[in-house]
Design a protein around this ligand. Structure first.
Ligand SMILES: [Fe+2]
Length: 107
């Protein structure tokens, strides 16, 4: 949960962080963006208040934009990481093709 009482909570090390620590921190904030999206969409599903639904959906979309920004920043900070995402993407592409071929082959 956020530490509202301590405005310096994010910089409590007493030093600047290393490049590797920055990469890990960016991965963490990407996860935090996804967590926020999950929370907002759960609230959308949990309430009948139309105004709250609209605001929550709008903010959830903004968090998706933030996730994209941080993802792009991560690729800039650690270009080698992209190959792992590309590998995962390719593996799913192969599964899609396999599934389509299975469906086509059905009588
Ligand atoms: Fe955000």
């Amino acid at each position: 949960m956020p530490e509202f009482a301590n405005p310096f909570a994010g910089n409590s090390l007493g030093r600047k962080i290393s490049d590797d620590e920055l990469v890990r921190a960016i991965r963490y904030v990407i996860a935090a963006e996804f967590e926020a999206i999950q929370l907002y969409m759960q609230l959308v599903e949990a309430t009948d208040n139309q105004l709250a639904k609209e605001v929550l959906k709008d903010v959830a979309d903004e968090e998706r934009v933030h996730a994209g920004e941080f993802y792009r920043l991560l690729m800039e900070l650690d270009p080698d990481e992209q190959q792992f995402y590309n590998q995962g993407r390719q593996e799913v592409e192969e599964e899609i093709v396999n599934l389509q071929e299975t469906l086509i082959d059905r009588p």
